[in-house]
Write a protein that binds this ligand. Structure first.
Ligand SMILES: Cc1cc2nc3c(=O)[nH]c(=O)nc-3n(C[C@H](O)[C@H](O)[C@H](O)COP(=O)(O)O)c2cc1C
Length: 267
């Protein structure tokens, strides 16, 4: 069984490709569990069945709300040492001490983490100074390399290899243990989002893209009579799906998105 979460498509592509490589029939999108008051996730495993979790790294840790889903899941049929449990995360560059964090979360759910991998995919985070999506050359290099990397991970999973094979990067502890908690607490507000009324066409793509159902198309558009614009409701993980999916690029985050670019996984 593979459980996955994806905001802008990279991890969805990786989870789908991995499932094909492994001949895995049970692929579950966890997006429905990211919304407010979602029921707890229940996972039932058969004897020796592997359990995989695929998701993007957010600020060298797990995306906001995602750790809660895993921590509170009800898992049935699991036996340590028999049901092999793996994590495959997608990242722009590096993941810090994500394995430590993820295995701690799984432990709270009563599950022993066996192995972790990371795969570089095009970057989606643009709000920090100097951060932007990858240039077309780097983006295409990553997209070309991804199937090979996923094939390699699938081979390792089939042989039930154990360990942490993620790309930690420099200052991994500082990034995951200091910056990540600060990011979750102070940098995941939706208060910075604004819509350019003249550019917004009221299509609702941002609403569909938002994994936490945090956007309602309810605000009257002052420049277009009868048209409505998005309004954010306060449950944001700053995944930027709304910003990237907007077909007219009408969504900005204060001045932090000024001059920044856009990306949605094309695969
Ligand atoms: C809020 C946020 C934080 C991110 N933090 C990191 C990070 O710490 N390290 C990294 O290499 N990439 C980081 N990224 C990039 C994503 O992990 C990467 O682009 C991922 O493949 C996106 O997956 P998705 O399209 O399935 O949502 C971040 C992206 C977002 C939106």
């Amino acid at each position: 069984m593979i459980l996955y979460f994806s905001a802008t498509g990279n991890s969805r592509y990786v989870a789908n490709t991995l499932a094909k490589e492994l001949g895995e029939q049970r692929l579950v999108d966890l997006r429905a569990y990211m919304v407010k008051d979602a029921p707890a996730l229940t996972v039932t495993l058969s004897e020796n069945e592997p359990l995989g979790i695929v998701f993007p790294v957010h600020s060298w840790g797990m995306p906001k709300f995602f750790a809660d889903i895993l921590e509170n899941m009800h898992i049935q049929g699991y036996e340590a040492g028999k049901n092999y449990v793996y994590m495959l995360c997608t990242c722009g560059d590096d993941v810090g001490k994500l394995f430590e964090m993820w295995s701690g979360v799984m432990k709270k759910a009563g599950v022993e983490a066996d192995v972790a991998y990371s795969i570089a995919m095009p970057n989606t985070y643009v709000l920090f100074p100097g951060f932007d999506v990858d240039n077309p050359e780097k983006r295409d290099q990553k997209l070309t390399a991804a199937p090979v990397a996923i094939h390699h991970v699938a081979t390792q999973i089939k042989s039930r290899t154990k360990g942490d094979f993620t790309h930690h990067g420099a200052m991994a502890g500082l990034k995951s243990k200091v910056i990540h908690p600060l990011f979750i607490q102070y940098s995941t507000s939706d208060k910075g989002f604004a819509v350019d009324a003249a550019t917004c066409i009221g299509c609702g793509k941002c609403q569909q893209a938002c994994p936490t159902s945090n956007i309602q198309i309810v605000k009257p558009n002052p420049t277009k009579e009868g048209k409505l614009m998005p309004e954010w409701q306060g449950r944001c993980l700053n995944c930027l799906a709304c910003y990237h999916y907007c077909p007219t690029h009408a969504i900005a985050y204060g001045t932090k998105t000024k001059g920044k670019h856009f990306y949605i996984c094309p695969l």
